[in-house]
Design a protein around this ligand. Structure first.
Ligand SMILES: Nc1ncnc2c1ncn2[C@@H]1O[C@H](COP(=O)(O)OP(=O)(O)OP(=O)(O)O)[C@@H](O)[C@H]1O
Ligand SMILES: [Mg+2]
Length: 518
């Protein structure tokens, strides 16, 4: 007999016509790392929510440590020794790390939160697992990787023996993933059972002991990691081969479509973006590499108009937009796939049809006129939405499903479909494939290359060096807010990009930061 920490048997869950889980069996061995894989919408998050007591299954049983349990809510699951880090963070930005960790399970002195005890507890857990957390830091100011660690400490604080991680690495940089994995290993070695949802095959092979693959709600494969290969996992997930897309080279460069000239952003005395100049021509994809927090997000926000430039200018399609707001910049010819699809990217309480066509309403055929306006608009909007959903393989029950009810990867596809379909001369794509499955990554990559080949300009910001190498015609590297290196497609090796990302300058064009004076 294996030592099962958790046994799920015959779990089924249906949402309307969608069968999210169909008689799923899953056994998690104590002290093991168990990966759960599957395409977008395959039912991974649903299964994890059921295990954590957030969703009630229609059928099936949950055993924890050999005892059958019925969870009426997460509190029951926590009491049974489970902890969960969600696909989307659930932290309070205005509170400190320590306050977030103990929230709902506070050490108290009398009726008051014992801040000192809370901070002490965070420090102790942080040391034990090598997390490097500052208990007093304000969560709103932390990077995705650090927030993730706060979520993990939160689960560990509640003495979780079974840790559920739903796509913990989707928003992390490669370095953050490495440190997350060492935390996972330490926890498993100490006897914690870890279940990890991810789309990344290298991660599964690197960290897990066992893998379960879901396809359309059913288990389509069970493997010991040591005995499985990447192609076998892809086959189990998709039922086919997935061939990586690669840039065959830009056809013909046109004029400058996006020009950022000596852009500087200073916020509360901190220089986030430091005298950055770059151009993107029509017919070109320029990749931006950098360790998270080195100015790439500020660069995106500065082009979009979400933060004000302290100095410098931005031109889109020949118009100086430096003093325009976001809406006017979009009208000037800008489309944006933002990093934060739930905050900036979608309105979760609106339908998929409304989200996927948002911003199109100013143009025909969606806007009508006269008495029939409202009705015509709605019908045209639904037709357009249905077409885009089919085109981009957005899997939802219908175009009227709320975006908040879509699986994470399908919500991402909604954003990508909407932004690409504007046909704007300049596209900014920030982590465009986060949370999408292997097949959808290749399809989005193909779309981005087609977008360029249609004579448009793309600025691609990605944590994944392989994604930059697959798509970009040129790669620039940001470090400490400065543009420290630029590489042609041929020069853009992992070693060179990696060195520049950590401040060692080996620019292909000899463009050293010291050479730039303010
Ligand atoms: N609250 C809900 N209401 C309606 N449908 C839902 C709800 N939650 C999930 N679904 C549907 O159930 C299916 C499985 O979704 P789930 O989120 O479990 O997928 P997933 O495997 O986690 O996908 P991803 O990799 O994109 O995160 C999807 O079709 C989704 O739209
Ligand atoms: Mg999910």
């Amino acid at each position: 007999m294996t030592d099962a920490a958790v046994t799920l048997t015959g779990i089924s869950k249906r949402y309307g016509a969608v069968v999210a889980n169909d008689s799923v069996d899953l056994v998690l061995r104590r002290g093991s790392v168990h990966a759960v894989m599957g395409e977008n919408g395959a039912g991974k998050s649903t299964l994890m929510s059921i295990l954590f007591g957030l969703t009630e299954p229609d059928a099936g049983t949950i055993e924890v440590g050999g005892v059958e349990r019925r969870f009426r809510g997460p509190a029951d699951a926590i009491a049974a020794g489970l902890g969960m880090v969600h696909q989307h963070f659930r932290l309070f930005d205005s509170m400190s790390v320590a306050e977030n960790v103990v929230y709902g399970a506070e050490p108290t002195r009398g009726a008051l939160l014992d801040r000192r005890a809370a901070a002490e507890r965070v420090r102790e857990l942080s040391d034990r697992y090598g997390l490097g957390l500052d208990p007093d830091a304000n969560v709103g100011r932390l990077s995705a990787g650090v927030r993730q660690r706060v979520e993990i400490v939160k689960a560990l604080h509640r003495e979780a023996e079974i840790l559920i991680l739903d796509e913990p690495s989707a928003v992390l940089t490669p370095d953050e993933v490495t440190s997350l994995f060492s935390v996972i290993r330490r926890a498993a070695d100490a006897g914690t059972t870890v279940v990890l949802v991810t789309h990344k095959i290298q991660e599964v092979l690197a960290i897990s002991d066992e893998v379960t693959v879901l396809r359309a709600g059913r288990v389509s494969g069970r493997f010991a990691t040591a005995e499985v290969t990447g192609p076998q996992l892809i086959e189990a997930m998709t039922g086919r081969d997935v061939v990586p897309v690669s840039n065959a080279g830009a056809r013909e460069l046109g004029g400058i479509a996006l020009s950022v000239d000596r852009a500087t952003v200073v916020e509360q005395g901190i220089t986030r973006l430091d005298d950055v100049s770059l151009t993107v021509r029509t017919g070109e994809i320029v990749g931006v590499a950098g360790v998270s927090g080195n100015g790439q997000h500020e660069l995106v926000e500065a082009v979009l108009g979400a933060v004000a430039l302290t100095s410098g200018t931005v031109e889109i399609a020949g118009t100086d937009v430096s003093s325009l707001d976001v809406r006017r910049r979009r009208l000037a010819g800008l489309a944006v796939i933002p990093e934060d699809r739930r905050g900036e990217g979608t309105a979760v309480t609106m339908t998929t049809a409304e989200n996927i066509t948002a911003g199109h309403h100013r143009s025909a055929p969606i806007s009508g006129s006269g008495l029939a306006k409202g009705w015509l608009k709605r019908r045209a909007q639904r037709e357009e939405a249905t077409r885009l959903m089919a085109d981009y393989d957005v899997r939802a029950e219908s175009d009227q499903s709320l975006v908040g009810a879509l699986s994470g990867g399908n919500a991402q596809k909604v954003v990508v479909a909407r932004e690409l379909s504007h046909g704007a001369p300049v596209l900014i794509a920030e982590q465009p494939t986060q949370g999408v499955d292997v097949g959808a990554i290749e399809s989005i990559h193909t779309r981005l290359l087609e977008y360029r080949d249609a004579g448009r300009a793309v600025l691609l910001v990605s944590h994944e060096i392989t994604e930059l190498q697959a798509l970009a015609d040129r790669v620039v590297v940001l470090f400490a807010g400065r543009l420290v290196a630029e590489f042609s497609r041929a020069e853009a090796t992992t070693a060179r990009i990696g060195a520049a990302m950590t401040g060692g300058v080996t620019s292909g064009s000899g463009d050293a930061p010291e050479g730039r004076t303010a």
